[in-house]
Design a protein around this ligand. Structure first.
Ligand SMILES: C[S@@+](CC[C@H](N)C(=O)[O-])C[C@H]1O[C@@H](n2cnc3c(N)ncnc32)[C@H](O)[C@@H]1O
Length: 225
């Protein structure tokens, strides 16, 4: 699973001097350039930013990661998750990572990653951040089927979607990690299929949890217990 164009980035330079950003950074004892852009706190400052409707929502990735890492599919070692952040970085998440449940602590972990790009515990890498494009990530991961999930795609029954995904050896399922708006054209261009799972837009974490459960169902995971 790849969370694509995820609304994760440090506060951009153009709004670092905005009073709402400076006050929030000071409250947390950080510099404005060390904190994640977060619409809950930087709403006024974000009015100056291009594509503002797609930005400043690290909570979406937080929810999606909690769904993914806690799933039976992941516990069985059948899931790998990457976050393709709009900052131009990719975060690899070790399937064994236990992320903070509390959102503010999750943000702290990601902010630290931008300063020290590897989080390790007991000699194991838990999270790794690298400057990387989606193209480069796909070149490395080498999926044999690249599916982009979008409400604009071909509407597919869940059972057919499950069959399609499990027919591939190493499928990549890409879900937008942003609240509103559309993928960039370049994202549509690198995938094999664009599929919709519901006739209207749903929240990204709902699509992530349904996708995982559809695949679990298609693999008969709940039948083996
Ligand atoms: C909240 S949506 C993105 C914003 C949406 N385009 C809008 O303007 O409301 C987040 C992501 O969830 C996935 N998604 C949402 N609805 C979907 C659907 N009906 N079928 C498949 N994927 C969907 C897509 O990957 C999408 O990028």
């Amino acid at each position: 699973m790849i969370i694509v164009e995820a609304a994760i980035e440090l506060v951009p330079e153009s709004i670092q001097d905005h009073p709402s950003v400076r006050a929030y950074a000071a409250r947390r004892g950080r510099k404005p350039w060390e904190i994640l852009l977060d619409r809950s706190y930087h709403h006024l400052a974000m009015k100056r930013l291009p594509e503002a409707e797609k930005r400043g929502r690290p909570d979406i990735t937080h929810f999606m990661l909690l769904e993914a890492l806690g799933s039976p599919l992941n516990k069985l070692g059948l899931l790998e998750v990457y976050v393709h952040a709009r900052s131009g970085h990719v975060i690899w998440v070790n399937p064994e990572t236990r992320l903070p449940r509390v959102y503010e602590r999750f943000k702290g972990v990601i902010e630290k990653l931008y300063q020290e790009p590897v989080v390790e515990a007991d000699g194991k890498i838990l999270l790794k951040l690298e400057e990387k494009t989606l193209d480069q990530l796909l070149d490395e991961v080498k999926p044999d089927l690249k599916i982009l999930l979008s409400e604009k795609g071909e509407l597919m029954k869940w059972s057919s979607f499950g069959e399609l995904v499990t027919s591939a050896r190493r499928p990549a399922i890409m879900i937008g990690g942003f609240p509103h708006g559309d993928f960039h054209k370049s994202t549509y261009e690198i995938v094999d299929k664009v599929i919709s799972l519901w006739p209207e837009p749903l929240e990204a974490w709902i699509i992530a949890s349904r996708t995982i459960s559809i695949v679990e169902h298609a693999l008969g995971i709940g039948e083996r217990i």
